[in-house]
Design a protein around this ligand. Structure first.
Ligand SMILES: Nc1ncnc2c1ncn2[C@@H]1O[C@H](COP(=O)(O)OP(=O)(O)OP(=O)(O)O)[C@@H](O)[C@H]1O
Length: 456
């Protein structure tokens, strides 16, 4: 039994009866009707997959014009309907014309049952694959929407973030290969997606591949695909991520984790702009924009010989270095408020601000896990908090967790803490105001104002 529903439209009762008797043995559901005028109602009430359509309805008519008219009508309702026309010998040319207009096939009357079955089962396979494609298109577009929602925009007002955003706007539409460097949780993925969103490929796919999660065996089959029979489990042909990303952007995350042999394989794909599926010799052209990211020191790794210099040169036409959160002082409260509002909505709370003590704590913390850690801290605090404000206690940041040799304590006031951070940055950079300002996420002028204010 084939899992497809067939609609047969013909003005001849005998034809309808014999079609129904035969098709019922092979197809899920068979609906018949005498007049094409009922098409709208029938299609809106039944899940029809295949339509078997006669070409002439009015008495004595043989020019097939009605069939063409109803064919167009059906395809205007949904272009993915599979329509098969029924025609007498003399009308074969007309049937060919109908195929040009979008019919899938035609069958000659009187039909042989075997031929009718073969035509309809091929049609049902086509319908199934049309449905699959539609479903995948839907998944794709909803994934893209999800991604867009998840990374609505880059939150940040500090000098380094503004500088990065300026660079991003210039680089995004160029198709240049971009390497994003930065510690864990600094927003490398957010920036990669933002680059895609501002590129000329924005309406195509953004394919994120976490290279860190692919072992030596999976790397090639996942990235370049395989042919049926290439290995024991290869039951079907499968395109790799590069082919799937064709026309769009491929984001290779954790590129610093690649072993030397895999670096060589990747380099050859990037140089030739073609991939070869495992078990095949055919080279397939791929047109992708490449963005890579890592938290590993790639330049140092090149010096040590653990990362190929030629691969680095291939991927780093433009480099973006994302600063750690602790070096973007100004952004901490901005991001914290951003997360506060989104988690408040998610957990149906009416929290709208942080108590002053809580803000001081956030500013003084070391943030080794960067923005991701801040996001988790705020999520937990929103869940724990009572009332309208997040208190210092809700944050659950213990003094021991404050990094380095800092002497910042949670009970300090905001001003005191700010003064200490400014002093620390100036000491660390041995009085170099530009570098200290960059670390604090301030302009030089803003840092000078604070130096004056705190009499440093
Ligand atoms: N500037 C930002 N604005 C808004 N959200 C941000 C920003 N930076 C990071 N985030 C959020 O912080 C989390 C971590 O960011 P992301 O995954 O991009 O970091 P990453 O550097 O790619 O991390 P990893 O190296 O661990 O893969 C994400 O949930 C992201 O949405």
């Amino acid at each position: 039994m084939i899992d497809a529903n067939v609609l047969v439209i013909d003005d001849d009762d005998d034809i309808l009866l014999s079609a129904r008797l035969f098709l019922k043995q092979h197809f899920n559901q068979v609906v018949t009707c005498k007049s094409p005028k009922e098409i709208n109602v029938l299609l809106s009430h039944n899940e029809i997959d295949i339509i078997l359509l006669d070409m002439n309805y009015q008495k004595g008519a043989s020019n097939g014009r009605e069939g063409l008219y109803w064919l167009e009508h059906i395809l205007s309702i949904d272009k993915d309907y599979v329509v098969i026309l029924m025609t007498a010998y003399g009308n074969v040319e007309l049937a060919v014309q109908a195929i040009k207009k979008g019919a899938t096939d035609f069958i000659l009357k009187p039909w042989e049952n075997e031929k009718l079955f073969a035509t309809l089962s091929a049609a049902s396979r086509l319908r199934q694959s049309n449905k699959k494609v539609k479903k995948l298109e839907k998944i794709h577009s909803s994934l893209q929407k999800d991604q867009a929602r998840q990374f609505e925009h880059i939150v940040g007002n500090s000098a380094p973030i503004k500088h990065l955003q300026n660079t991003l706007v210039k680089v995004a539409p160029t198709d240049a290969n971009v390497l994003i460097l930065g510690e864990n949780g600094t927003g490398k993925q957010v920036f990669a997606y933002e680059l895609h969103k501002h590129s000329l490929r924005k309406n195509h796919i953004f394919m994120h591949v976490d290279l860190g999660s692919l072992n030596e065996n999976l790397f090639e089959s996942e990235l370049f695909g395989y042919a049926k029979g290439a290995f024991t489990d290869a039951k079907d042909d499968k395109p790799g991520r590069f082919e799937l990303a064709d026309g769009g952007t491929i984001f290779l995350d954790e590129i610093g984790n690649l072993s030397q042999p895999l670096q060589a394989k990747l380099l050859s794909v990037l140089q030739n702009r073609t991939v070869t599926r495992l078990g095949e010799s055919k080279e397939r052209k791929v047109n992708v924009r490449l963005i890579t990211a890592t938290n590993m020191p790639l330049h140092e790794m090149v010096t040590k010989g653990t990362f190929r210099q030629d691969l680095l040169f291939r991927i780093n036409t433009v480099e973006l270095l994302l600063p750690g959160l602790a070096q973007r002082g100004e952004d901490i409260i901005l991001l914290a408020n951003h997360f506060l509002h989104s988690f408040s909505t998610k957990y149906h709370k009416s929290l709208y601000k942080f108590e002053a003590k809580a803000e001081s704590l956030l500013l003084g913390y070391h943030w080794p896990g960067n923005v991701r850690e801040l996001q988790h801290v705020i999520e937990r605090a929103v869940i724990m908090a009572d009332g309208m404000e997040i208190s210092a206690g809700d944050l659950q940041l213990s003094p021991q967790k404050f990094g380095g040799n800092t002497i910042i304590q949670p009970e300090m006031g905001l001003e005191e803490m700010e003064k200490l951070m400014v002093q620390k940055a100036i000491d660390k950079h041995k009085g170099n105001i530009s570098r200290a300002a960059l670390e604090l996420g301030l302009t030089r002028a803003a840092l000078y104002r604070r130096i004056e204010k705190f009499d440093l």
